[in-house]
Design a protein around this ligand. Structure first.
Ligand SMILES: Cc1cc2nc3c(=O)[nH]c(=O)nc-3n(C[C@H](O)[C@H](O)[C@H](O)COP(=O)(O)OP(=O)(O)OC[C@H]3O[C@@H](n4cnc5c(N)ncnc54)[C@H](O)[C@@H]3O)c2cc1C
Length: 370
């Protein structure tokens, strides 16, 4: 523990080097007092103890945007980091900009506030700043943690500049009241612990040995000032114009996908970008820019549908941050089936044709009803 109210992350926690070359903090069963894993129930599920002991004496605030009601991996990592850094009297208070249907106590949230009006589709920085200021006034947090990505990266910088709060961006390590920031070329800079901690992706493991209280509270009263920039709304790009790293839905083909026309038709019906395994690239069916995996692209889509892909470790490295992986494979023991949240054990050509028919029928019904 440090001398202040915010403890440092346990130095006995082992380090691993991720695919991007970054050091990550991994919480293992052998990591001492704060890292003991809880006993299992008769169903095999873990009963995790509460981290916060008794009433909160102070708060550590996490601010992040949700996406269609879900908090993504970077957001979950920011909450887990706040929980890892907090002492047993500091509650982790999470302000979700956007709606929130996720259970955030599993990543350490003690109190959750959500502001559905501020989802990332609506550009209203002044309103967001006013809300955050109202939360800060009410709870007087000792620390503010944000993910350093997308809309949160922009908001965190704006907030720190406007409020003249100390800030460190791209933080990959916290220890002894110091933070290490990632610089270009995999170099690091050391800085004093700031008030606003903006975390680089994958700096924190979200599997914790305890849980938060997960209490939902209402937002404090605040007034949105007029915005200086007029929001003209969001327009979406055709998936083929997007980089794979930016795509929200990806249909990906492997050696077990043989019907190119059916594959392209399904991608267009789903509005998905297309990706491929290395074997499908090596045999000339896809350009190298479509390859997903350790020696290809690292993707973060909400949906990753893997058609006839075995799920070799090098491929799985590229889809670690995908939210929903759907596997279509003839072999139920393929590694991709273990990674997937939904698997269909079927022939890829039959599956693609059946799903395309369902989508066409649903679309025709929608058009008829309109
Ligand atoms: C240094 C190195 C780097 C690499 N980098 C990458 C990388 O970046 N990306 C990558 O993808 N790979 C990479 N690889 C290759 C990787 O190890 C695998 O060989 C590759 O991912 C396998 O591709 P696949 O799953 O498409 O093919 P296969 O391994 O041949 O698997 C095909 C799958 O399709 C299923 N299948 C077959 N027929 C059907 C059907 N009719 N319907 C449904 N399912 C069917 C099979 O059950 C099987 O699971 C790398 C390898 C090395 C050594």
């Amino acid at each position: 523990m440090s001398h202040g109210t915010i403890p440092r992350i346990d130095p006995r926690r082992p380090w691993v080097v991720g695919p991007s070359g970054l050091k990550r903090i991994v919480l293992g069963a052998e990591t001492g007092e704060r890292g003991q894993l809880a006993p299992e129930t008769s169903h095999g599920a873990q009963v995790l103890p509460l981290r916060l002991q008794g009433a909160a004496e102070r708060y550590s605030l996490v601010v992040l945007h949700s996406d269609r009601g879900a908090v993504d991996e970077a957001g979950r990592q920011a909450i887990a980091a706040a929980a890892l850094l907090a002492d047993s009297k500091t509650a982790v208070l999470v302000l979700v900009l956007g709606s929130c249907q996720d259970e955030l106590s599993v990543v350490g949230a003690d109190v959750v506030l959500s502001a559905p009006a501020f989802d990332p589709q609506h550009f209203a920085p002044e309103g967001r700043l006013a809300l955050i200021q109202a939360v800060v006034t009410q709870y007087a947090p000792v620390q503010l943690v944000m993910p350093d990505r997308g809309a949160d990266a922009e908001l965190g910088r704006l907030l720190a500049t406007r409020q003249r709060w100390s800030v460190a961006t791209d933080v990959v390590e916290v220890a002894e009241g110091l933070v290490r920031r990632l610089l270009p070329g995999a170099r690091f800079a050391v800085a004093a612990m700031p008030f606003v901690l903006m975390l680089a992706r994958n700096a924190v493991e979200t599997r914790l040995p305890w849980r938060g209280q997960g209490e939902v509270q209402s937002l404090p009263a605040f007034t949105s000032p007029p915005e200086r920039i007029r929001d003209l709304g969001v327009s979406s790009s055709a998936p083929e114009n997007l980089d794979l790293e930016e795509a929200d839905a990806i249909l990906s083909a492997g050696n077990g996908m043989r019907d190119m026309a059916g594959f392209q038709q399904l991608a267009s019906l789903l509005g998905a970008a297309t990706g491929a395994s290395r074997v499908a690239v090596d045999d000339g069916r896809f350009p190298r820019s479509k390859q997903v995996g350790a020696t290809g692209k690292t993707v973060q889509s909400s949906l990753y549908m893997a058609i006839g892909i075995s799920g070799a470790v090098q491929h799985l490295q590229g889809i670690k941050e995908c939210r929903h992986v759907v596997a279509i494979n003839l072999d139920e023991s393929a590694p991709i089936v273990k990674r997937a949240s939904l698997s269909v054990i079927a022939d890829s050509t039959d599956f693609m044709a059946a799903l395309a028919d369902l989508l066409k029928a649903a679309r025709a019904k929608q058009e008829k009803a309109a």
